[in-house]
Structure formats: C-alpha cells, structure tokens
Design a protein around this ligand. Structure first.
Ligand SMILES: Cc1ncc(COP(=O)(O)O)c(C=O)c1O
Length: 452
C-alpha cells in the first residue's frame, strides 16, 4: 500500500484521471440524494478482507456514490450557501493532500504556515485590523465562532481575575435576531447564555439595542456577536454603531462574516462593513464567497496572544513546541492536528490575483440586484427585502409550505436547479444564494418562469 509499484502507480493515475475529468468538466450534473435502501442495493459492500481493487472502487464512487451527492458547485445550486471553488484552488487541494504537511506547528509546517499567514494578513488588512492581527484557518464557521468565543470568555475571566473582581454567576453573549445557529451551538458547548437583542427597523443588530442589553446584563456580557451577512437574508448588522460602544463599555466584539464579509473586497461595499476593523475577532469562510474548496474558515484575532492563552494545549510531548515560542496555528483554535487548509486559497489568490476576486464578488452582487429587480416586476412574487449582499429572498404570493416543497422537489427532479425553501417571520419563502460566477441571470429567470 505504501511502496512505489506498478499497482500504486496505476491507482494514482486512475484517481488523477477522475479528478482531472471532474475538475475540468464543463457541464457537471446537479445530481440528487438517493434513499439509504437504494444505496445499499446499488453500492453493496465495498469493504471486504480482500479488497475490490482501485478500478472497481473508483467505478463505484463515480457511477453510484457521486451521483447520489448534489454538486454544490453547479450553477443551479442556489440553496443554503453554495460553494464555487476556482479551478486553481481545487487542483491545489490535491497538492495539499499529496504533500503530507502537518499545519499545526511552525516546526513541522513553517512553509505552509507562512503562506497561510500571508492570506490571513491580506484579509486582516482588507478588514482594517491592525498589523499585529493574526489567526488560523479552521474547518468552518462553526468551529471559528466557537474558538473565538472561547478566547473571548477566557479573556474576560482573566481580566476580572487580574483586577481582583468576582466572576459573574453566568456569562452572556449578546447576539442579533439573525445570528447564525452555530453561535447558540457554541454557547451550549460553553454553557453560557445567549441573549437575542431585538433588531432595528432595518432588521439589523445595532448600537442602541446592544447598549440597552449591555446596561441590563452588565458584567455578565463577555462578547457581542455581530453578523456581517446573515445566512437567510444576507443582512449586515450595523457593525460601526456596535463597535462605537467599545468607547464606553468593555466587551469582546466578534464579527461573524462567514458568508458575507468577503464582499468587503469590493471597494463600493467597504462602507457596509464599517467597524469591522475594531473587532476583537473575525471569521470569513473561504469555502463560501472566497471560492475555495470545502472546508475552511479564516479566523483572525486582533490580539493573537489572547487566543493563545485560551487555546494552547500543554502536554509533555507538546511542550518543546510551546517553549520555542514559534507561531503555532494550533494554539489559536479548538483543534490540534490540522491540514494547512488555507493553502488552496493562497494558491488561487497567488495565481489569479486579488483583482479577479474583487470582480467575481462584485458580479454576484450585480446579479443579485438584477434578479431582485426582476422579481419586483412579477405580480405573483414579493421580494422580502432589497439584497444587502447576494441573497435574494422572496415569496410566491398565495403559496403554502407544501406548494414550495413540491415546486422545489420538481425542480431538482428535473435537474434544473436546487432551490430549497426557507422561512421568514414564520412564513415560507424562497431564496437564491448567488455566489457562483457561473450562475447567470438567464438561469435564475428561467427558474422564476417555473413558478406559476
Ligand atoms: C453567517 C454564518 N456563520 C456561520 C456559519 C457556519 O459555518 P460552517 O457551516 O462553515 O460551520 C454559516 C454557514 O452558513 C454562516 O452563514
């Protein structure tokens, strides 16, 4: 299994050939889930004492398993938050796997970590964070939010202890009405309470609401989470007015920009995200709108030392790494072993240049506005709100949840597109999450034409 031989060469050739075909295919199928009994019947048992051999195993993947997975990079995939990795980033993901690099410590992975840090420094500068800011690529926004909030609480505890103050009976996170579910999940893991601050008239978390909550919950509050692009509607909180509260109140500001903060790369959008530069921690997911493959979240701290104090693991076999005082990415999040998952983005940025990214993100924003305009011309449809970013949410007047579900299933059965219904204020809606540069206005109009 580990030697260079005719057999291992043939396996590598087979796999690279499949990868080449998939990466360069022009018309990838959308595909859809099969039922578990169907998969049992079609896939059978691949795992046996003797093994199937690479040709048969890959055939099983290509002809049975892969078609039972929706292609998230299909132009018609506009559900949830799609992924649309660049060709360079996908290809380089193979290189990352081939290179067997441990990305947790500088001693083992300095070259890869240097490159990842270059990307993090580039993003930090775009966000307006100071040059000392730094971080780590973690698996996804959920792990990024958890890691940031663990660092925030550790910092609050340590600060109170250093000042000789008692610790509060409970710790509180202030969040908004459209904060991502992963924050509640992190809070459950940390055994802290989430207080949802009512939105302002534009549906955003903003300074006045946060200030009232800070007055009510006082020292219990260790973090405020602002969202730079909510998942369901793409709403960007009023980060500037929340950040301004730091002049009077002490709290850790965490900005969850997993989906939307990539849009700050578009110069005309900078004002939308004003205040991000005052954050204590920020996340953005390259596997969303920065066109990298699953799975990667850039987690950046204003003061990486605060994260290190919370996350560094100590063990007799690890302590030599800690004594070296190197930049060890594992010190900055809730994980130890890690692949250098920032490298596909590094390679893609290095290959194409940042300007291409700015253009592609701007194109999604234009497309979202264009399809919102189109929706507003159709009497049977109602736009929920003008898109702040690239999520376009709307309702089909008169439809109930069943109608949406039937329509969505038929669209997928016909292999035209994947548009999952969602909900807003208790009522079902549809949403297009537009970030794939290959999603066209014609395709979205054709989808709208199927709604009668
Ligand atoms: C705003 C926001 N935060 C956090 C997450 C969680 O990210 P992940 O799915 O990468 O864990 C998402 C996912 O869509 C998101 O949109």
């Amino acid at each position: 299994m580990h030697d260079q031989s005719e057999e291992t060469s043939a396996i590598v050739e087979l796999v690279l050939d499949y990868s080449r075909r998939r990466i360069l295919a022009d018309n990838i199928p959308l595909d859809k889930a099969m039922t578990a009994p169907e998969l049992v019947r079609l896939a059978g048992n691949a795992i046996s004492e003797e093994g199937l051999g690479a040709r048969r195993a890959l055939g099983l993947f290509e002809h049975v398993l892969a078609p039972a997975c929706i292609s998230v990079d299909h132009p018609g995939f506009v559900s949830f938050i799609p992924a649309a990795p660049t060709k360079a980033s996908i290809a380089f993901d193979l290189v990352v796997s081939a290179s067997a690099i441990y990305g947790g410590s500088w001693m083992e992975g300095s070259g890869a970590i240097h490159a990842e840090n270059e990307v993090l420094a580039f993003l930090a500068a775009e966000f307006g964070l100071p040059p000392e800011a730094g971080g780590v690529f973690v698996q996804g926004g959920t792990v990024g939010n958890l890691s940031a909030l663990v660092a925030a609480r550790h910092h609050a505890r340590a600060t109170r202890k250093a000042r000789g103050l008692a610790q509060p009976d409970e710790w509180v996170i202030l969040s908004g009405e459209s904060t991502h579910s992963s924050v509640a999940s992190a809070a459950a893991v940390m055994d802290v309470r989430v207080v949802r601050v009512p939105a302002d008239s534009e549906g955003r978390l903003s300074g006045p609401g946060v200030e009232l909550a800070l007055q009510e919950h006082k020292d219990s509050v260790f973090a405020v989470v602002a969202t730079a692009g909510s998942t369901n509607l793409g709403i960007v909180d009023d980060i500037a007015s929340i950040a301004a509260l730091k002049d009077e109140h002490e709290f850790w500001l965490h900005v969850d920009g997993a989906y939307g903060l990539a849009a700050i790369l578009v110069p005309e959008m900078r004002a939308t995200f004003e205040g991000v530069g005052r954050a204590d921690s920020v996340i953005v997911d390259p596997h969303k709108w920065l066109f990298a493959p699953f799975d990667a979240c850039a987690l950046i701290y204003r003061d990486p030392a605060a994260a290190r104090a919370a996350h560094r693991q100590s063990a007799s076999y690890l302590d030599p790494l800690n004594e070296a005082e190197d930049w060890n990415p594992s010190d900055l999040s809730f994980q130890l072993t890690r692949r250098p998952r920032g490298l596909p983005l590094w390679f893609s940025l290095a290959t194409y240049g940042v300007a291409e990214y700015r253009r592609s993100i701007a194109a999604s924003l234009d497309l979202a506005r264009a399809i919102a305009d189109e929706i507003e011309t159709r009497p049977s449809l109602r736009l929920i709100r003008r898109p702040d970013l690239s999520v376009v949410a709307f309702e089909r007047i008169g439809w109930a949840a069943d109608d949406y579900a039937r329509w969505s299933a038929a669209l997928l059965d016909d292999q035209r597109a994947f548009v999952m219904p969602s909900a807003h204020e208790g009522a079902p809606i549809l949403r297009f999450a537009v970030l794939n540069p290959r999603t066209s206005v014609e395709l979205l109009v054709a989808i709208l034409d199927t709604i009668d």
